[in-house]
Design a protein around this ligand. Sequence first.
Ligand SMILES: O=P(O)(O)OC[C@H]1O[C@@H](O)[C@H](O)[C@@H](O)[C@@H]1O
Length: 264
Amino acid sequence: MSGEKEKSTVTSAPPSPSPSSVAPSVEFSKGINGLQKVILRESRGSSAEVYLYGGHVTSWKNDHGEELLFLSSKAIFKPPKAIRGGIPICFPQFASHGTLDQHGFARNRFWAVDEDPPPFPTNTLNKAFVDLILKPSEEDMKIWPHSFEYRLRIALGPGGDLMLTSRIRNTNSDGKPFSFTFAYHTYFSVSDISEVRVEGLETLDYLDNLQNKERFTEQGDALTFESEVDKIYLSTPTKIAIIDHEKKRTFVLRKDGLPDAVRC
Ligand SMILES: O=P(O)(O)OC[C@H]1O[C@@H](O)[C@H](O)[C@@H](O)[C@@H]1O
């Protein structure tokens, strides 16, 4: 949940063999309640929508136009309320692990388009992407007294895979270090929850949010959802799969620099 460079890629299988037609594109427009959004489109037809409010991915569609993220029908898109669903950015605090409001303030702030991001080591020429940046306001500094630059790149690859990369820099003038917790709190769209299985978290230790964050060890070999679940798994593998038997769809999540994973 913490670190300087946090990357997460999600793919949804199976990929479609449809032919390549248009070039990747990035379009700026007005979304719900006039809030600014960015639409990423890649050559085979997949797309993603990102609101500057929260730096929040609200939609991710595959090349058949099927929505892959859940967005609550009660999501109101009215600042200062966080958007419910999609991919909220929890920063500088995940959940209630600190003195700030639940999940920190980054999801309730207006991010800017980062016109001049530092270069990336990897080639993104074949991707549709947008770079966003968040810096604290004076008001933010009153509740969390650390100066930072949070750069977020959201990229959609030619196969429709979605990649988020976070680069967080300490800009305190005295160089004083700070620590933070962080999460991409992704809401995947699935059919019936009883048809869903998660692979990659078996036998791991977790903190159970429904039992005062007590630590337990996962026992079963297939992780399903039989009742309410709210668990933070510790030291998870870089690859986790979410298998939706009814939709016959598998989300493959790959991550780098993010040791823990939440299942809820
Ligand atoms: O309702 P929020 O603030 O968007 O948070 C979503 C969920 O985030 C999880 O991390 C919490 O453990 C849940 O209790 C919570 O419901």
